[in-house]
Design a protein around this ligand. Sequence first.
Ligand SMILES: [Zn+2]
Length: 586
Amino acid sequence: MRPRHLITLLLPLALSVAGAGCDRGTTQPVTGEPADATADTPAGQAARRIEADVRYLADDRLEGREAGTRGYDLAADYVARRYVDIGLQPGGDDDTFFQAVPLLKATLQAEGARFEVRRGGKTIALAFGKEFLPGANYNAAESSLEAPAVFVGQAVHAPELDHDDFAGLDLTGKIAVVFGGAPARFDDDRRAFYSSSREKLRGLVDRGAVGVVFVGTADDEARSPWARSAQNWQRPSMRLRGGDGVAIDTWPQLRAMASVSAAAADAVFAGGDTSAAMLSDAAKRGELKGFDLPGTLLLASRTRVEPVTSRNVVARLPGSDPGLAPEHIVYTAHLDHVGIGAPVKGDRIYNGALDNALGVAIMLEAARELQATSPRPRRSALFVALTAEEKGLLGAEWFARHPTVPADAMVANVNMDMPVLTAPSRDVVPIGVEHSSLKGVLDVAAREAGVTVSRDPFPEEVVFVRSDQFAFVRAGVPAVYLTGGVVSADGERDPRLAMTYFLRNCYHQPCDDVGQPIQYGDAARMARLNAAIGRRIGDAAARPTWNAGDFFGERFASGRAATPPAAAAVRGGASAAGAEPAAPPD
Ligand SMILES: [Zn+2]
């Protein structure tokens, strides 16, 4: 799962509350499985297979599975071996289980990094790490930019909602100073869409900005303290690498970028009529207005950029109907995590057990179940363990742009990311089904799998745009993101509280490990649901469709033919997405 805040443009970020430690060590697993998880029933066996996969993938030996590392490659090899065991066919490049994903890895250098506010003959220099961090620059090893600055609010232009933060402002040749987020009055979908850095940066470049400064607000700080995230500034960021060796989805026009902590925000606005707090309040009221800042800003950075190649791990289960087998339901779960980082209680390995070893293990169990179904679903299925999700949905973006089947052959995406199954639950939360006919599919499949369906308990977290399914949505493919339940199964342990505990303490922290009370029986039920969804979509007369007038469907799927892939040429319009940045780092 990707962190949501804009300042993560520049660094990975923990949602944790500063000072709140992770009390569970990696020693004893806390058992909490329902009875059937240990019994020698099909469900019990499924639960044990899932547990075995999680234990392998989240082991310290895999060093947190960061994309481009040895630990990730061990994980990828393991998943390929599991595909073979299950009896799946290779679905990657050249009849292998792997799809190469070319990447550029960027590591910031502290030396030479500067952020200065120059006004009225005075210079205020911000402190590296403590007050500001430069953005990785994929297009210049060294950059230095001094220019006048203009505050552009949240940099949102939403004509259909009659909102334009750019109105009356001239950004040409200037450094744009922006807040994250989007106006509170927007509905969840639009707020999510317009909050993405991708949209903001596109808007800024279109208007001639040459630099961008993201300024943290008190709200940002309350959700995710700067100090907690800034300590991992040395972690590399990544972008997809094009055939010319150049980073895809970066803007060379933006010669410098930086993030400034909420605590240092007043320095950026110093010398004007407003404080950062006043602006933050105005943003909440929906009354934010941009203005020119006095003087100039100077931004300088050094970035070490090197090519690396990682791999998506892809398998195929052929459909049983020759007429429909060219069409594929695409299951995804990201295999990477955030790797090794700043030690917490002496532990430097960020194991990523829930995020997302568990999602991969559930996908593998669903694959096993579908493979054993007789007759098999009429449509085919692809199973894709994705790389570099934590770097900005990069493996998913690569696959969605370069699928190993024709683009129009992808009829739906079912994504699993970070199911927080640490208290027994009865239900599942399908994110994003309300946008397409997948809602009906999900309702029927849930009944078949014996699980109830709950609504997203935290819609403000806008997770539909924060994990890999969004890369498929942008490619026009109807998608659902399945996550853990919120209704207690035993009336004692509360899954919502368990989720809140996890998000506060162990999300993107070393304690997201197998020491957590993972409910493998619930995970097995989730695998059954995934398989049931596959059978429903696989056997249906028609492929899933976006709802008429849906925000995402209209924006991304117009022109995508609902014709069988055999009849459809590879979509010419698909490259419209090619001009977009890969990493909505929100
Ligand atoms: Zn994550």
